[in-house]
Write a protein that binds this ligand. Structure first.
Ligand SMILES: C[S@@+](CC[C@H](N)C(=O)[O-])C[C@H]1O[C@@H](n2cnc3c(N)ncnc32)[C@H](O)[C@@H]1O
Length: 150
C-alpha cells in the first residue's frame, strides 16, 4: 500500500504516518525515538500511553507537537491560555507544564469523559490547579462567560 508515495511494508517503522511536513514515516519514527520521546516529561509519556488505548487515539496531539507547544508557551512567557478541544488532555498538559504556578488555562471540550481519563495524570503532574475545564461547545461556553461578566 502506498502512503505519501512510499510503499508500506511489514516494518513497524512504517506504521506511524507523518501528519506533518516530513514525507517519510521511517524518518518521523526515527526522530520520535531519538529526539522527541527521550525529552518527553514523564507525565506526558504516561498520558500518551493511556491515550493510545483510547479507540479515538488518532486525534490526539503527537509528542513532537506537544513539545513544540510547550516551547512556544515558554518563549511567549504565556500566563493565560485558552484551549478549545481537549480530548484526553495531552496538549493541555504540554501547555499547563509550561505555565507559571499562577498561570491559568481555560479548557473546553464537548466530552468530559475523555478529559477525566487524563485528569489523574494532570493532578499527579501538579498542574490541575491551573486548569479551568468547561464541558460544552466552545462558542456557547465562551458566549456565556462574556454574558456573565457584563
Ligand atoms: C483533535 S481532538 C483534540 C486533541 C487534543 N488537543 C489533544 O491534545 O489530544 C478534537 C476534540 O475537539 C472536541 N470538540 C469538537 N467540537 C468541539 C466544539 N465545538 N467545542 C469544544 N470541543 C469540541 C472533541 O470532543 C475532541 O475531543
Amino acid at each position: 500500500m502506498a502512503i505519501n508515495g512510499e510503499t508500506k511494508t511489514e516494518s513497524t517503522n512504517e506504521d506511524i504516518r507523518p501528519k506533518n511536513i516530513l514525507a517519510s514515516g521511517a524518518l518521523y519514527h526515527y526522530i520520535l525515538e531519538t529526539s522527541v520521546y527521550p525529552r518527553e516529561p514523564e507525565p506526558m509519556k504516561e498520558l500518551r500511553e493511556i491515550t493510545a488505548k483510547h479507540p479515538g487515539s488518532i486525534i490526539t496531539t503527537t509528542a513532537d507537537e506537544g513539545q513544540f507547544l510547550n516551547m512556544l508557551m515558554k518563549l511567549m512567557n504565556a500566563k493565560n491560555m485558552m484551549e478549545i478541544s481537549v480530548f484526553t488532555g495531552y496538549s493541555l498538559l504540554a501547555i499547563a507544564l509550561a505555565l507559571p504556578e499562577d498561570g491559568k488555562i481555560l479548557a473546553m471540550d464537548i466530552n468530559r469523559e475523555n478529559y477525566e481519563m487524563g485528569l489523574p495524570i494532570l493532578e499527579k503532574a501538579g498542574v490541575a490547579h491551573k486548569i479551568d475545564f468547561r464541558e460544552g461547545l466552545a462558542l456557547p461556553v465562551l458566549d456565556q462567560m462574556i454574558a456573565d461578566v457584563r
